[in-house]
Design a protein. Structure first.
Length: 334
């Protein structure tokens, strides 16, 4: 954070409440008195703290430089937040987002009608759920590398491209795909987890198993009962606020081309939709040679000042918000 301590934006350590849970976070404010437009940076999958695995300082700087505040927070049970993120449903994560949204909109230095949401990958799947709960409060949404449909084809795309990127032989890829199809069949049939566990145990000697992914019981049951299969496309059809969907050209985790098509179709009745692809970007929008998971992991492990997001990405998302919620207002004032 040493690089970021020299920046002109102001950081404020904050806390807000969602039911009995106290969420602690960081509010970054541009210079001046406001009221400012603002964006909530929703925490992604896993045990994510307010700095987004070291990635969010780039967002804090880029948004505040354009006069836009940001709010990010520690997931329940992480950092200074109470609760337990591992027990949360998608609905509960959405309710947490609404609590953050309402807290932020009550501040006098924030423009209550200009607060929006940003989410990447799994976090982005919460965006339309928040909109469903609080559509009048959501001014805009930015979905980065978010698959709107988490079906079997998406999982098979991930396995295929991940293994190919990591240099596995085609015979290994074929075996991993056959394994993945059987596992998905068991999930659709709502077979007991013990069968999936036995299948995975049979494959323990396969070099590709770890890269194909080992499902634990909780993950399996969540997917089996539809927890990770919310009908995002149906929810998107009701969204009327400005919407930006961004994909990485080299993403090997989701099929960005197919996702872009699905978003464009689902949002066809929305008058302000932008769907775009960032060249040389991986799933996390880092600059990437391969788009592979291991290269992306190495980017996350670097200190923030050494990380490289894909050229043009931060300018795109921050300018998109600025054009809609700052420049128009300034032109009207003149």
């Amino acid at each position: 954070m040493s690089k970021h301590s020299m920046l002109s934006y102001r950081q404020e350590e904050i806390a807000f409440q969602n039911g009995d849970t106290v969420l602690a976070g960081t509010l970054c404010l541009p210079e001046g008195s406001g009221p400012f437009p603002a964006v909530l940076l929703l925490p992604g999958a896993g045990s994510m703290a307010r700095d987004g695995l070291g990635m969010f300082p780039h967002y804090w700087e880029a948004f505040t430089r354009r006069g836009i505040a940001t709010l990010s927070w520690d997931k329940p049970g992480i950092g200074a937040s109470s609760g337990d993120w591992t027990t949360q449903s998608q609905q509960e994560r959405a309710e947490e987002g609404v609590a953050a949204l309402n807290w932020l909109r009550r501040r006098s230095d924030i423009a209550a009608d200009k607060v929006g949401l940003w989410g990447i990958s799994q976090a982005g799947q919460i965006l339309p759920l928040i909109y469903t709960l609080a559509s009048e409060a959501v001014a805009f949404m930015i979905a980065a590398s978010v698959p709107p449909d988490i079906g079997d084809e998406q999982e098979l795309f991930r396995v295929t491209n991940h293994l190919l990127t990591e240099g596995y032989e085609l015979t290994d890829v074929d075996r991993a795909l056959a394994f993945s199809k059987i596992r998905l069949f068991l999930q659709r049939a709502q077979a007991p987890y013990s069968l999936v566990e036995s299948l995975q145990r049979l494959m323990l000697q396969e070099p590709w198993l770890r890269d194909a992914g080992i499902w634990d019981q909780k993950r399996y049951e969540q997917h089996m009962h539809g927890e990770a299969h919310s009908d995002i496309l149906s929810l998107l059809k009701e969204v009327r606020c400005p919407f930006l969907a961004v994909f990485g050209e080299r993403d090997t985790i989701i099929n960005g081309q197919e996702c872009a098509r699905l978003y464009t179709s689902a949002l066809k009745h929305n008058p302000d939709v932008t769907v775009t692809t960032i060249p040389q970007a991986d799933h996390a929008l880092f600059l990437s040679q391969t788009g592979g998971f291991r290269e992306m992991d190495r980017s996350f492990l670097l200190p923030p000042e050494q990380q490289s997001l894909a050229p043009g990405y931060l300018d795109l998302i921050t300018q998109w918000v600025q054009q809609r919620f700052i420049l128009q207002h300034e032109k009207g004032a003149h």
